[in-house]
Design a binder for this molecule. Sequence first.
Ligand code: SF4
Length: 194
Amino acid sequence: MDPALRASFLERLRRIFTAMDAAYGQAAAAYGFVCDGCEESCCRTRFHHHTLLEYLCLRQGFGELPAERQAQIRERAAAVVGQHARDLAAGTDTKPMCPLNEAGRCGLYAHRPMICRLHGVPHELQPPGRAPQLGPGCAEFHRRCGRAVYHPFDRTPLYAELARLESELQQVLGQRRKIRMTIAEMLLDDGVHA
Ligand code: SF4
């Protein structure tokens, strides 16, 4: 992919991420919810990520890390992918930690994908032509703020903006690429999608 094209799309993605961070921050602040010291870290959830944009952003951050650190992270990513496969076969969910989480902190915080930015506080989605969907907060949120009155946090415009930019990127590239990858899979993918 042309580096200038990639840079321009990633710059636009960064603006969307900034809006997501602000929206999440506002919602969390309305409850006085601070995400720290959680024992069931959402970084153990097997989220799938669905855009080439998020993949490119994560890979950009990963590519800027020193080679030794990249090797360590890839080793952990391989272990996570293996564990997910064993879980799938056995019908279990042992929740291995995201390979980017180091001592409770995200090793690629500025490059983390959408769901890592929005997860945790109650939200709503307004799918066109369908009834609004309400999503709960995470377990820690409900332990700390479960009785609080819902503060409106509509993810719809944020999802829509990301979807629009993804569609524009795929059009420019002249193809439709379906993405469905965990963080660990993204880290082990050597440029197949780049
Ligand atoms: S990318 Fe970062 S925030 Fe997202 S699951 Fe991994 S460590 Fe957690």
